[in-house]
Design a protein around this ligand. Structure first.
Ligand SMILES: Cc1ncc(COP(=O)(O)O)c(C=O)c1O
Length: 369
């Protein structure tokens, strides 16, 4: 069997006709930027995420950037981020000239450890950015009460977790303003780059609408120095088709995770994903951990199974962040995850036979070593 890391075909073939219809509608409309399609998708996504506003943007990184900017985070401010996130979370902090302050994750959920946040809060802290990593919701109740106690903004990075919830409340609906990504491989993916912010605040939503469109509310009149960070009509139309299927695709991801859990539960030498009490997991990624990660990855590759590592080098050790002065050993949990994590194939439409094939290869490998 040859199993890639990700295969869009089962999802995309089922909706091909509807996607082509959406394309034709935009093509025939002769209107391609900031129009009815963006507005309709924003309304649909806000309803899905149970928030008042969604603002469509060019990508997830720009969404994080504009969320911070709308909150007025800037020079001299500190922003708390997990030490094991994707680089985009940290880059957004740099774009507003603030300083990222890394907090270690919980070793079991891989999400920022709320019990470690308070020790990192200083008089300069302006915001906390929890990242719902791999598809699991962070422990939002503790994070929200800390933010309240210290008067901090909360900006969720919901790029990997559309549809997840903590304590029954959706990710992307807790923070003051939250960012998400519709990069093609995300749970809700466009056919190109796209993103959004979600918020219940009229004021923050309006600020992002102005920032995304050259700092202009009224054409050719610029209130602030803005950007061109708009979602386009075509991606919005395609995303609206895909959004209707998201809950079904999430259920399939959860079923696939349950098949992996069952098939791998007795394999010694690997740690399976764990979901915290009160959290749900939408399995953007199914990440196992093992000390034999690199050998296992090679073995799976030799047997036709594609895997990826999310992520091999934590932000504090990236060359780009040398100036922060961190060294190996400063964030040992993030480093351990980077050294041991392996993401197995995961996409809606994967079959149980494929999961069994992958799991058998993994069991076989560990029986040999
Ligand atoms: C956690 C996280 N934050 C932010 C981003 C940035 O999103 P985008 O690629 O749309 O800029 C991504 C994905 O790439 C991500 O995984």
């Amino acid at each position: 069997m040859n199993i890639p890391f990700l295969n869009f075909s089962p999802m995309h073939s089922a909706i091909k006709a509807e996607m082509q219809e959406a394309f034709n509608r935009v093509y025939d409309s002769n209107w391609f930027v900031l129009g009815k399609e963006v507005e309709q998708f924003e309304n649909a996504y806000a309803a899905f995420n149970q928030v008042k506003h969604a603002v469509g943007l060019s990508n997830g990184l720009d969404a994080l950037h504009l969320a911070l900017k709308a909150c007025g985070v800037g020079v001299g401010d500190e922003v708390i981020v997990p030490s094991n996130t994707y680089i985009a979370t940290v880059l957004a902090v740099s774009y507003v000239d603030a300083t990222p302050v890394f907090v270690e994750p919980n070793k079991e959920t891989y999400n920022i450890d709320p019990n470690r946040i308070e020790a990192s809060i200083t008089s300069k802290t302006k915001a906390i950015m929890p990242v719902h990593l791999y598809g699991q919701a962070c422990e939002m109740t503790t994070i929200m009460s800390l933010a309240k106690k210290y008067h901090l903004y909360v900006i969720e990075d919901n790029a990997q977790s559309q549809g997840a919830s903590f304590d029954g409340k959706l990710t992307g609906s807790w923070g003051d303003i939250n960012a998400t990504s519709f990069y093609p491989g995300k749970n809700l993916g466009a056919l190109g780059d796209a993103g959004a912010v979600t918020t219940n605040s009229d004021e923050l939503a309006q600020k992002v609408r102005v920032f995304r469109n050259y700092g202009s509310h009224k054409k050719y009149y610029n209130e602030v120095i803005g950007h061109n960070m708009r979602l386009d009509e075509l991606q919005a139309a395609l995303l609206r088709v895909k959004l209707k299927n998201l809950n079904e695709w999430t259920a399939q991801r959860q079923q696939i995770a349950a098949w992996y859990d069952e098939a791998l539960k007795d394999v010694e030498g690997i740690i399976l994903p764990k979901t915290a009490e009160d959290a749900t997991h939408v399995y953007h990624l199914y990440v196992i951990r093992t000390n034999k990660r690199d050998e296992l990855q090679k073995n799976l590759n030799d047997n036709g199974v594609g895997t990826l590592i999310h992520y091999p080098n934590p932000p504090h050790l990236q060359e780009a962040y040398q100036e922060l002065g961190y060294k190996k050993g400063d964030f040992p949990i993030a480093e351990e995850i980077a050294d041991t994590a392996l993401s197995l194939p995961m996409w809606p439409g994967m079959t149980q036979a494929e999961i069994l094939f992958i799991s058998t290869e993994i069991s076989r490998y560990f029986n040999k070593v």
